[in-house]
Structures are given as structure tokens and as C-alpha cells.
Design a protein around this ligand. Structure first.
Ligand code: HH2
Length: 306
């Protein structure tokens, strides 16, 4: 498809393509784009996440993990209280809140970093925003209109992610006419809906949702054709860290062995147009991203962030 919504979003408005850094606004924080890749560090406060499940259930352990993410260069910390891995069992809003609220409260108080809440429940997002979160990372791309209103009125940023089906069913033989074109169309439409709800273009990022209702081949095709998604006109976030399709490369079912293909795929994603990467290991990824950023952005990549 001819670049869904191309030019109607932030990228052209702010002139990223001709070298003037654009920015992503998240309440009182502004993150510069077009200079170096932004990193969203993953902090799952869950017993069952596919890689880090059970590691940060206690708020002290979660805070230590957040500190390590920030020390490793994370620009955002993404706090999640519900696993969305294939087949994951949904949890109630009360349970999700009990997991994430104490962590967000402490990260907001003790660390200088943008906080993202990984949720599709408005009750959870509302409390997280009250406690100091800056961004709502919604894997349903604001399917609930209450969530859209909440993001609009709070001035928070939002990540709109593509998912086919829901985590319980999404890996049952996903099929597409053209996976990248369909994702571009969907994200363009969701971004238009978000803007109609009053969310500024400079607060929106889009995400193809690697692993969410996609075969391995779909995931590789997305990484290969990210440039087409970048043309939708919003900052492009990609979450590929340690995901199952990377296991194929190293012949490993264990996510612990997937760091090398994660970093290689991260470099490919940056060179193909990703602006933000969601990663479990920012510190280890850093030199790889530094190389990718110098190749993509030239000397601008070495300038101090604003
Ligand atoms: N992937 C996961 C969770 N949230 N959010 C966005 N925007 N993009 C992603 O690709 C994405 C996401 C799944 O990874 P993880 O959080 O590591 O595992 P789990 O869902 O098992 O908690």
C-alpha cells in the first residue's frame, strides 16, 4: 500500500527526514528523536513473563532492576503487570494494579526517567498516571475509548501496537494478505482515531507488535520492511527482545540464549527505521546501538541528548 497516511504525522511535521530532530512529548518530558535510538527498558512485575517473569515481583527487586535499566541507558522504563506472551492467562485490574502501583510510585520518586505503563486497562493506566507515569503502552492500540480519553486528558504519550486477536489465540495460524501493508493500514487508522480523541501527533508512537499474531516469517518480514512503517509518519517502536523467532537462529528454546540475535536484530531494526527499541538488556545492547546510530545518524548520534 502506498505508505498509509504518509506525511500526516509527526515525522514530516517536525522534519526528522531532513535532519532536524523531532521529539516525542510525554506529559512534562520530551524525548529527542532522529539523533540516536531511544531505549525502553522492560520491567515486568509478573510471575509468568517469558524471560524476566518472577525476577521483580518484590518492589525492592523491581526498583533495583529499574536502576540497572537506567544505568544501562534506558530512556524509558516500561512497567508491566500482565504477561502478554502467547497463551498467557489474563489478570484482573486489581491484581495488575497491586503489582505495578508500588513499583511506579517508587521509580517516580527515586529515579529520573520517563515511566511507561504496559497495560490496556484504563483503571490501571489512570492510577499509574496519578503516580507519575508519562506514557501508556497499550498493546490493543486504545481499543477502549475510555483509555483514549484518559491519554488525551492527561497529556501522556501513547504507544499504539498492532496485534492480531488476543494473547490467548493470536498464534493460531495467523494469515495476512501482506503483513506489513496491513499493519501500516491498521496503525495509520488507530493513530487517526487517537488524534480524533484529542491526542496530539507528537505524543503518539506506533509499533508493529512483533510476535503478536505473526509467524516467524512475518516477524522477519516486518524487520526487513520497517521503512514502510516508518513512513506512516510517527516514531516507530519495535519490541523484539529475546522473542521466540530469534530462538530459531541460535537453535534455542531458552530466552536466556537469545541475547546475540536480539542485538543483531536490534541493529537491523535501527538501520531500517526503528526510533525506539523495547529491550530487556539496555546496557549490553548499548555498543551495538551506538554503531547502528553512527551509521544511521552520523555525527548527530554522538551529540548530547537534549
Ligand atoms: N512485547 C511484549 C510486551 N509488551 N509492548 C510493545 N509496545 N511492544 C512489544 O513488542 C511488546 C510489548 C512481550 O514481551 P515481554 O514484556 O518481555 O514479555 P511478557 O509479555 O511475557 O511479559
Amino acid at each position: 500500500m502506498g505508505g498509509a497516511g504518509a506525511g500526516d504525522g509527526l515525522r514530516r511535521a517536525a522534519g526528522t527526514e531532513d535532519g532536524v530532530p523531532a521529539s516525542w512529548r510525554l506529559r512534562d518530558r520530551t524525548l529527542a528523536l532522529g539523533r540516536r535510538t531511544l531505549v525502553m527498558g522492560i520491567l515486568n512485575v509478573t510471575p509468568d513473563s517469558f524471560y524476566d517473569g518472577g525476577r521483580a515481583l518484590d518492589p525492592d527487586a523491581a526498583l533495583d532492576r529499574a536502576r540497572a535499566l537506567v544505568a544501562g541507558g534506558a530512556d524509558l522504563v516500561d512497567v508491566g503487570g500482565e504477561s502478554t506472551r502467547p497463551g498467557a492467562i489474563p489478570v484482573s485490574a486489581a491484581e495488575e494494579l497491586a503489582r505495578v502501583a508500588p513499583v511506579i510510585e517508587r521509580v517516580a520518586r527515586e529515579l529520573d526517567v520517563a515511566i511507561s505503563v504496559d497495560t490496556s486497562k484504563p483503571e490501571v493506566a489512570a492510577r499509574a498516571l496519578d503516580l507519575g507515569a508519562h506514557l501508556v503502552n497499550d498493546v490493543t492500540a486504545l481499543a477502549d475509548p475510555v483509555m483514549a480519553r484518559l491519554v488525551a486528558t492527561s497529556g501522556a504519550g501513547v504507544v499504539l501496537m498492532h496485534m492480531r486477536g488476543d494473547p490467548r489465540t493470536m498464534q493460531r495460524a495467523p494469515r495476512y494478505r501482506d503483513v506489513v501493508a496491513e499493519i501500516a493500514e491498521y496503525l495509520s487508522a488507530r493513530a487517526a482515531q487517537a488524534r480524533a480523541a484529542g491526542i496530539g501527533a507528537d505524543r503518539i508512537a506506533i509499533d508493529p507488535g512483533i510476535g503478536f499474531g505473526k509467524t516467524f516469517e512475518h516477524n522477519w518480514e516486518i524487520v526487513r520492511r520497517l521503512g514502510e512503517l516508518a513512513r506512516v509518519g510517527y516514531p516507530l517502536l519495535v519490541g523484539l527482545s529475546r522473542k521466540t523467532f530469534l530462538g530459531e537462529i541460535v537453535g534455542g528454546a531458552d530466552p536466556a540464549g537469545r541475547a546475540p540475535p536480539t542485538f543483531a536484530a536490534a541493529v537491523a531494526a535501527v538501520l531500517n527505521g526503528a526510533d525506539v527499541l523495547r529491550l530487556h538488556d539496555p546496557a549490553e545492547a548499548r555498543p551495538y546501538l551506538a554503531v547502528a546510530d553512527r551509521v544511521r545518524h552520523g555525527a548527530r548520534a554522538s551529540e548530547a541528548p537534549t
